[in-house]
Write a protein that binds this ligand. Structure first.
Ligand SMILES: [Zn+2]
Length: 303
C-alpha cells in the first residue's frame, strides 16, 4: 500500500494509482458459477506463459536469482489485503515480496469485503492491539515512532490496490477501523493495567521517509508514492531495525524494472512529474474531485 514519504503521507502506502480499472461489483464473491459453463471449455495451452513457482514471473524472466536464498528471518508478520484487480496485473510486486519472506510471515488475502464471519483469523488479528494498518492520512501515526516501543507491533496490514481501491477497502471494512476503545477491550492486553498497555491500538500508521519509488515502470501519483513491495520493505526494515531487509526485498523489484526497461518499457514518471512539466498527455478528468486532486498535486499540496 503496494506504498511517506510521504509515502505514506501522500498516500501511498500501498495505494498506487496506476490505471484505475473499475472492478465489477461482487467480484470477490465470484466462484465461477456466473460464467455460464465457460469453465468447461478447453483451456488454450498457450493462454498464459508458464510461471515460476517461486516468484510467479514467466519462467523465461524468472527473478529468483535476485531473491534471497533463504526466506528472511523476521518477527513481524505482514497481512497483504489485495484488491482482486491487483492479482491479475502482469507486473505485480506482491509475489516477489512473498517469495522473500517465510510463508507464515506474509499472508495475502484477496478480496474487497472482509467480514468477521468469513475471516475470523483476520478479525482476531485486527482486534489485537499489536496490529497496525498502513494507511496514510491526517490521523495516521508515524510507524517509526511506534517501532520504538519495546513491545512494538507484531503485525502490519497493508492494502494492495490503487488509491481508490485502497480507500474503498479501508473505509468499507469496519475490521480495519476498529475504534481504539474496542481494540483495547478485546485485545490480549485488556486485562493488564492501563499503564502497561501498548499504545498501538490507534492504527493507522504511515511511513514518513523521503525515499522515491524505484518502481519506475508503473505510474504513481507522486514521486513519493511507493509500491506495495516498497512499503512492505520499508515497514519491515523499521520494525526489525535492519536496513538490510529493505535492500534485500527491493533487489527483485530493481531487477524487474531494469529488465522491463531494457526490453522497451518506458519510465513512467509520476502524474505529479508529468503535470508539473507540462507532459501530461491524457485528457484531464471531467470529475471535479479528480481535477481538484490533480491541481493539488501540481501545487505540492499534500493530498
Ligand atoms: Zn522464479
Amino acid at each position: 500500500m503496494e506504498r511517506s514519504p510521504a509515502a505514506a503521507r501522500e498516500g501511498s502506502a500501498a495505494a498506487h494509482e496506476a490505471a484505475e480499472r473499475p472492478a465489477a461489483e461482487g467480484e470477490e464473491e465470484s466462484d465461477g458459477d456466473g460464467c455460464g459453463g465457460l469453465w468447461a471449455l478447453p483451456v488454450e495451452s498457450c493462454a498464459r506463459r508458464p510461471e515460476c513457482d517461486r516468484c510467479s514471473r514467466p519462467q523465461k524472466v524468472c527473478l529468483c536469482p535476485f531473491l534471497p536464498v533463504h526466506p528472511l528471518k523476521v518477527s513481524t508478520c505482514l497481512y497483504i489485503i489485495q484488491h482482486p484487480a491487483e492479482e491479475s496485473r502482469v507486473l505485480r510486486t506482491v509475489p516477489l515480496l512473498a517469495a522473500c519472506l517465510p510463508q507464515d510471515k506474509c499472508k495475502v488475502l484477496i478480496g474487497r469485503r472482509f467480514s468477521e464471519d468469513r475471516y475470523p483469523e483476520l478479525a482476531a488479528v485486527c482486534r489485537n492491539s499489536n496490529t497496525l494498518i498502513l494507511y496514510p492520512g491526517a490521523e495516521a501515526a508515524n510507524l517509526e515512532e511506534m517501532a520504538l516501543h519495546p513491545s512494538g507491533p507484531s503485525v502490519i496490514i497493508i492494502i494492495d490496490g490503487t488509491w481508490s481501491q485502497a480507500k474503498d477497502i479501508f473505509y468499507k471494512n469496519s475490521l480495519f477501523r476498529l475504534p481504539k476503545q474496542d481494540r483495547m477491550q478485546n485485545s490480549q492486553c485488556s486485562e493488564s493495567p492501563r499503564s502497561s498497555r501498548a499504545p498501538f491500538s490507534t492504527s493507522p500508521v504511515q511511513l514518513e521517509t523521503n525515499i522515491s519509488s524505484q518502481y519506475v515502470i508503473r505510474t504513481q501519483p507522486t514521486n513519493r508514492c511507493l509500491s506495495t513491495l516498497e512499503c512492505a520493505a520499508t515497514a519491515l526494515a523499521i520494525m526489525e531495525k535492519n536496513d538490510a531487509i529493505q535492500e534485500t526485498i527491493l533487489r527483485p523489484l530493481q531487477a524487474l524494472c531494469s529488465f522491463q526497461l531494457q526490453h522497451g518499457a518506458q519510465i513512467h514518471h509520476s502524474k505529479e512529474h508529468l503535470l508539473k512539466n507540462g507532459l501530461y498527455d491524457k485528457p484531464m478528468p471531467k470529475n471535479k474531485r479528480k481535477l481538484r486532486r490533480m491541481e493539488l498535486l501540481v501545487n505540492n499540496v499534500k493530498i
